[in-house]
Design a protein around this ligand. Structure first.
Ligand code: MF3
Ligand code: CO
Ligand code: CO
Length: 254
């Protein structure tokens, strides 16, 4: 499958949907407190998306039933919202993908519940840096895999590991399009970036081993095999004539 170059009209649609996804994550901030259940946060996100005339892309996607993925602590990604109660000291990722006028925007970020340990804070900070370092590789004529090469280099420098079982992806007209964006890759390989490409960068960085295991009961929630912490940030990125525009980065806070 080929990488679709988006038209200016499509880009405008993806920009609006991406902005709404970002606003949803911002809206959730005020509700992240010790005692809140992840299923309650999911409902708040769903209500907000619907109030804004959009739908959550995850609901009904391959049998997934929720508006968000909510991944605390050792959950790497695809955490199914449930009766889990967030505790003081937890770190938690919320991932939102909106469909607005048929266009998709995809973003996720970490939140802290009360005060967190220095160890957790450093993992979250480094993961945020990994996303930014990946974004710096986004310019026309660069190789796609230089994104993953530089992300992994930064993570390894801090003795963290990079999840290889889940990747970024083309996005915009569909939820998951080509290309696959690996967060650990070989330098100067992969497709050449061109203006009009839109894809996510969404590194998952683990405090311990890279490997994940999917919950056998819910079939989705992916945890680290060693129970150590994992962090993730995600932006939807447009390649422009001169570099990139992060379409979900409307606040500049990650
Ligand atoms: N939003 C996730 C991503 O960044 C995908 C979630 S798929 C789900 O690609 F079905 F688990 F929700
Ligand atoms: Co994504
Ligand atoms: Co996402």
């Amino acid at each position: 499958m080929a990488i679709v170059i988006k038209t200016p009209e499509q880009i405008e649609g993806i920009r609006k949907s991406s902005a709404l996804a970002a606003k949803t994550l911002k809206h959730l901030e005020q509700f992240i407190k010790p005692g809140v259940k992840t299923i309650e946060l999911d409902q708040i996100a769903e209500d907000f998306i619907k109030e804004n005339h959009a739908t959550p892309a995850t609901k009904g996607y391959r049998g997934y039933k929720h508006a968000t993925c909510i991944s605390p602590n050792d959950v790497v990604c695809h955490g199914v919202p449930n009766n889990t109660v967030l505790q003081h000291g937890d770190i938690v990722n919320i991932d939102v993908t909106t469909i607005l006028d048929g266009y998709f925007g995809d973003t996720c970020r970490m939140y802290q519940v009360g005060e967190i340990s220095e160890y957790a804070e450093k993992l979250v900070q480094t993961t945020k840096e990994c996303l930014r370092i990946g974004m710096e590789q986004c310019y026309p004529e660069n190789h796609l895999n230089n994104i993953g090469y530089h992300i992994a280099e930064h993570a390894h420098k801090h003795r963290y590991s990079v999840v290889y079982e889940f990747c970024g992806h083309g996005v915009g007209l569909k939820f998951h399009e080509d290309p696959e964006v690996s967060h650990i890759a070989e330098k100067n390989t992969g497709p050449i970036l061109k203006p009009g490409m839109v894809f996510t960068i969404e590194p998952m960085i683990n405090g311990g081993k890279a490997r994940c295991k999917v919950d056998r009961k819910d079939g989705w929630t992916a945890r680290t095999i060693d129970g150590r912490l994992s962090a993730q940030f995600e932006h939807t990125i447009l390649i422009t004539d001169t570099g990139y525009e992060a379409l979900t980065d409307i606040y500049g806070d990650f």
